[in-house]
Structures are given as C-alpha cells and as structure tokens.
Design a binder for this molecule. Structure first.
Ligand code: PAN
Ligand code: ZN
Length: 183
C-alpha cells in the first residue's frame, strides 16, 4: 500500500531518511478476535484497510534513551456497533510511557491499567494525551472522517500485543444510539 498518509512536516525534518521510516498496514483480517460482534466481523471484507502507521525510528530498537515517533491514520467505520480501532498494547518494558496527540478527526483513546480499569479520553486536532507506563492503549475512530494522531515513545519500550490478544480490554467502545459509550 503506497498511499499512506505522511504529513509534509516529516519530510522537512532532516533527521528522517527513507531508511528509518517504517510503514505498516493493518487490514480487518489482522484484527480477528478484536471486535465483539463476531457475526458482523465475518460478513465484512477481511482485506479492508483499517489503519496505517508510519513510524520514524532514528535509533535502533531497544536503544536506551532514544525516542520513536509515529503517525497513525485510522479509517472510520464499525464492526456491528463497535468503532474501528487499533489493536492496542502494553509496552514490553512495562513502565515506559508515551505521548499521543490528535492531528485530524475525532477519536477516543481507550486506556486500561494492570488491574483492568478502563477509561477513555476524547481525541481531536490538538488534543494531547500522556499515557503512563503500565497502561494499555488503543484508539477508536468515532467520527465519519479519517482520524490521524501522532505518538512519541521511548525506543526501548517495545510492544506487547500478546496480553491484549489473549485478554482483551475490559470494556468496548460502542455506538449506543449515536453516543460513543464504554460498555
Ligand atoms: C503507536 C501504535 C499505533 C498502532 O504508535 O503502535 O497507533 O496501534 P497498535 O500498535 O496498537 O496496533 C504506539 O502506541 N506506539 O507505542
Ligand atoms: Zn504504545
């Protein structure tokens, strides 16, 4: 997939070269098991693009003291009544924190601590979110347009997807009569 969203600002920063930009695409089929409504999921096109991430990795993964930055484009849509969202993860180095900030569109940052308490913060252009260590994070697009947000995290954070794949989040963000609601 070539038409990934990359704002021009990244090309004006001379520390970023083609070699340290990593792009990835998540299709609906990559999110098997993530959404609550299995019947609705099975009826949808597994090849549909749900989100794309461009990550800027100026140092080697796991370097202590470095920073990574990424920009995520999350398309609008729902599986049943549940908004399209990212997989979500804890950091492997569990105490590593992260900043997210909203660039375009409307979203909800869904957070869960190790005791499985879940809460959410509204994302919008210019919104800034501090994600403490030991807090799993995922983003849902609650609007009708694309949602774009950026992230900055330590280069030795790592991504633990397995815990969320196995246990999920304790609450899901559903469209309840037009109102995004954590259930
Ligand atoms: C972000 C996320 C990105 C995609 O850069 O990796 O938004 O979400 P998933 O990784 O959960 O699929 C981040 O949190 N980095 O640490
Ligand atoms: Zn993260």
């Amino acid at each position: 997939v070539d038409n990934i969203y990359v704002p021009e600002v990244f090309f004006t920063n001379n520390c970023l070269t083609g070699e340290n930009v990593v792009k990835s695409t998540r299709l609906l089929g990559d999110l098997d098991g993530v959404f609550q409504d299995k019947d609705a999921f099975e009826q949808m096109d597994r090849d549909r693009i749900i989100y794309q991430v461009s990550s800027f990795l100026p140092v080697v993964e796991n370097t202590p003291g470095g920073l990574f930055m990424g920009i995520t484009l999350l398309y609008p849509g729902k599986v049943g009544q549940e908004f399209f969202m990212t997989k979500g993860h804890f950091h492997t180095n569990s105490n590593r924190a992260e900043f997210y900030w909203g660039v375009e569109g409307e979203g909800m940052l869904i957070l869960m601590d190790e005791q499985r308490n879940v809460w959410a913060e509204r994302m919008f252009p210019g919104s800034l979110h501090y994600i403490p260590g030991k807090v799993a994070h995922r983003v849902a697009n609650i609007g009708y347009q694309k949602l774009v947000f950026s992230a900055c995290w330590p280069s030795d954070a790592g991504h633990d997807y397995a815990t969320i794949a196995a246990e999920g989040f304790a609450r899901s963000l559903m469209d309840v009569n037009g109102v995004p609601t954590l259930l």
